[in-house]
Design a protein around this ligand. Structure first.
Ligand code: PLP
Length: 360
């Protein structure tokens, strides 16, 4: 068996230990004589899998009792509609647009009400986070929306915005469980799991209980009401059973690693290795204002498209895969999520150094 170092932005690398457990338990989950893939979601054995996953998630993050944790489908993109449908009582929301995903959420919300763009970093290709300490928050805004880590551009908020008392909604897809988070700061904090948490197909939504009501926009489908899923503990319909099981294994792995504070330290260490090299290299450059650098997604470029292409090709041949930048940005991007070992980042940087020597 030979495994590559996978720098994909998502679906992304998973802990090998978790994959091995999946393999071991594939044919017969703990003496049940079935694969988790084959189980009824109404069975006792599955019920304990989903309950344990939720309990481990709550413990890892420290989710307060007045928040629900929902395992939903439809990707993070479905939340772009579900959030306004459930929260836009006044049909007004404010958006801070720091990248493609925030922009998509802002555009989708325009279908349901007035979506104000109160700040943006589009003027400099989303290479920074605007000052969010004193924004013109709308008086009747139902919520303020952010994307906290911008997967494509590689930026991350240093501070949460001052929402002036309004509910904060945050997409944390590409930084989920990479560091501790204070859930009490948010009305809703959510993410697709396919980057840091598990296989594609699950969106975890952490939502404050008072925001879960029947008072949703007219015409909201049953499946897009938070209350539907909250009332039935994420088992209203058939959930993505297997994927939730894998997320549960990742939660156990994270607990074993020491929890989110330890993950943060590890992620800072890994990110420093690559950013330090980018700062010293004459060939490769980071594309983001250093203050706002993401710990998870590291975009970089050389000054030539040909050299970028050569690098990506040679890196792939050497076992470093999925380093091509997002199609809207070009260049390269190394996503170094929780499951990417430090050795993987060190090996990549050594490869970059060698490439620089050979091509200067
Ligand atoms: C920050 C962020 N939000 C939303 C999405 C969209 O997620 P999905 O493909 O699950 O709809 C992505 C996907 O890469 C993302 O990085």
């Amino acid at each position: 068996m030979s495994r590559v170092y996978n720098f994909s932005a998502g679906p992304a690398v998973l802990p090998e230990e978790v994959l091995k457990t999946c393999a071991e338990e594939m044919m017969d989950y703990k003496g049940s004589g079935q694969s988790v893939m084959e189980m009824s979601h109404r069975s006792k054995v599955y019920d304990s899998i989903i309950k344990e996953a939720e309990a481990d998630f709550r413990e890892l993050v420290g989710v307060p009792d007045n928040y629900k944790v929902l395992f939903l489908q439809g990707g993070a993109s479905t939340q772009f509609a579900m959030i306004p449908m459930n929260l836009m009582k006044n049909r007004v929301a404010d958006f801070i647009v720091t990248g493609q995903w925030a922009k998509k959420a802002w555009q989708e919300a325009q279908k349901y009400g007035t979506a104000n763009k109160i700040a943006s970093s589009e003027d400099k290709t989303f290479s920074y986070i605007p000052d969010v300490s004193d924004l013109p928050i709308s008086e009747n805004a139902d919520y303020v929306y952010i994307c906290q880590n911008n997967t494509i551009y590689g930026t991350k908020y240093k501070e949460l915005p001052n929402t002036k008392g309004k509910i904060l909604v945050s997409d944390v897809s590409s930084m989920f469980l990479s560091e501790p988070m204070d859930v009490t700061k948010y009305g809703i904090v959510y993410g697709g799991v396919q980057k840091n948490v598990g296989p594609a197909g699950v969106t975890i939504v952490v939502i404050r209980e008072d925001l879960i009501t029947d008072d949703v926009l007219e015409g909201t489908p049953t499946m897009l009401k938070y209350k539907t899923h909250a009332d039935s503990d994420s088992l209203y319909n058939t959930p993505p059973c297997y994927n939730i099981y894998v997320c549960g294994l990742v939660f156990k792995w994270l607990k074993k690693m020491g929890g989110l504070e330890v993950m943060k330290q590890k992620n800072e260490e890994k990110a420093k290795i690559i950013y330090d090299y980018l700062d010293s290299s004459k060939m490769f450059k980071g594309t983001v204002e250093p203050e706002y650098r993401s710990l998870m997604n590291v975009p970089f470029v050389t000054d030539s498209d040909e050299l970028n292409a050569k690098f990506i090709k040679e890196a792939e041949a050497a076992g470093f895969v999925n380093l091509k930048g997002h199609r809207t940005v070009g260049g390269m991007r190394a996503s170094i999520y929780n499951a990417m070992p430090k050795e993987g980042v060190e090996a990549l940087v050594n490869f970059m150094k060698k490439f620089e020597e050979e091509n200067s």
